[in-house]
Design a protein around this ligand. Structure first.
Ligand SMILES: *Cc1c(COP(=O)(O)O)cnc(C)c1O
Length: 449
């Protein structure tokens, strides 16, 4: 769930709601806030001549840049490692790029583990942060030598019942209550199904130590999509204080603190993007203040970022296919919520650019897909350049939790994924589904080829 959208929406939404019926067309002097796509219109036009829309497009150069900036920001910590959350963008070409940049992967299911294995991630390069875990998945994670992050105190017994205990293990912490930054409530850990209480975590460490586990980690994810340089430093402070207490009470060897995911991107162009250098420095200060004086200056920092690594390096590319005028003005596009669920599921904002008419006269529109579901809207009451059928649009920041949250409602097929390589070449990294893919699980069940 996105912390940012739980706050009351400000600005244009209210304005449009109040005025859209009166003002169908708005002639504005000042430009709308904008986002610049990572590809030119001409280049994208060429790509759409080869690959029909909709498709997801990713930017290799941007992905590498972000990975390097992250590593730079945490270079003060010799053991630092990013375990990219596979669920954000489960595409082998993307995962290979991240592997080349020194990242591991964070998995939470059997198939994510299989994908990691097939791509050559081994042992310590795999974090297994799952919850409510099926026995065979836990067993497989142990077979791969993945670092297990236990979600529940009860999982101490569960893990022993399905596999041998590892040398290193992590436990996921849930402090309960609300998670605040300054006066903003960012999220409600007490409502989250994840993690264990402090007492449970201490008890788990004591038992696991007696059972022979040698080294320990602490993990927590307390807020999602934070657009704030303060989230990681505040989380780090809380986890480092917990770490000091836990080590005092249990005598375990603390190997790492895993700050998990939750660092967000500025989906709204008017928001200030996170600065990973500032974030890394904030975590360093907490480390120096809390862990170093306690003698815990060997502790490694891990992250499991998904969104921050990839979101801004992906675009969902689509064409305007219909225009309709009733009580509102609708722009129909050839993408739909099956390609990008976040707006329908969370009411999440994704910026949209009309590459054929980036500026000029605007009107207030709903931008919609073709599902028989009224939540299939990429934008509601949005001031947008007056568009025509055939216009090329890009939906921004779809590189994480975009394709991967897709589904097949209305028997819509999943789209292709394309990589814009550093060289400027483009390459198909997942083909679009065909009807035969949809039918494959039905053959032999009252349905024949
Ligand atoms: C989803 C998830 C992440 C990644 O979250 P982002 O918001 O994409 O950074 C990391 N760790 C765990 C355990 C997760 O469930």
């Amino acid at each position: 769930m996105d912390a940012t959208i739980k706050k009351k929406s400000r600005g244009t939404g209210f304005f449009c709601w109040k005025t859209c019926d009166i003002l169908k067309k708005i002639d504005r002097k000042e430009k709308l806030p904008m986002k610049r796509p990572f590809i030119s219109r001409e280049k994208l036009k060429q790509i759409t001549e080869t690959y029909p829309t909709p498709f997801h497009l990713y930017d290799e150069a941007g992905i590498r840049q972000t990975a390097r900036a992250l590593h730079q920001a945490f270079s003060w910590n010799p053991g630092f490692k990013e375990y990219f959350a596979i669920k954000a963008t489960p595409n082998p070409a993307i995962l290979k790029i991240l592997k080349e940049e020194g990242c591991g992967v964070d998995c939470a299911s059997y198939v994510e583990l299989l994908m990691a294995q097939k791509l050559g991630f081994t042992g310590q390069e795999i974090m297994f942060s799952s919850n409510n875990t099926p026995a065979e998945e836990m067993f497989f994670a142990r077979q791969l030598g993945a670092t297990i992050n236990l979600d529940a105190y009860e999982d101490v017994a569960f893990l022993q019942s399905v596999a041998t205990l590892p040398e290193v293990i992590s436990c996921r912490y849930n402090p309960g209550g609300v998670f605040e930054l300054g006066t903003d409530i960012m999220d409600h850990p007490e409502e989250a199904k994840f993690g264990m209480t402090k007492e449970q975590l201490i008890q788990a460490f004591i038992e696991l130590k007696i059972l022979g586990v040698k080294r320990f980690g602490i993990h927590a994810l307390l807020a999602s999509n934070t657009v704030s340089n303060d989230y990681y430093p505040e989380l780090a402070k809380q986890l480092f204080q917990l770490a000091v207490e836990v080590v005092e009470k249990t005598g375990v060897t603390l190997d790492f603190v895993n700050l998990s995911g939750g660092v967000g991107v500025n989906y709204k162009p008017e928001d200030q993007p996170n600065d990973i250098a500032v974030i890394g420095e904030g975590v360093r200060r907490a480390y120096e203040d809390i862990l170093v004086p306690a003698g815990l200056d060997q502790v490694k920092i891990y992250t499991e970022l998904g969104r921050f690594m990839l979101a801004s390096h992906g675009l969902l590319v689509t064409h305007v296919t219909h225009k309709k005028q009733t009580y509102r003005t609708y722009l129909g596009v050839d993408a739909s919520a099956v390609n990008l669920l976040r707006p329908a599921m969370y009411g999440a904002y994704h910026h949209i650019t009309n590459l054929d008419r980036p500026d000029g006269e605007t009107e207030v529109v709903d931008i919609v897909g073709s599902l028989c579901e009224n939540n299939d809207k990429f934008a509601k009451n949005r001031e947008f350049p007056v568009s025509e059928i055939g216009d090329l649009l890009v939906i921004h920041d779809t590189g994480a939790h975009g394709y991967s949250m897709g589904y097949q409602y209305n028997a819509k097929l999943r789209s292709a994924e394309i990589l814009l390589e550093e060289s400027g070449q483009t390459r198909l990294i997942r083909r679009a589904e065909k009807p035969e893919d949809y039918f494959a699980t039905l053959y032999g069940f009252d349905f024949e080829k």
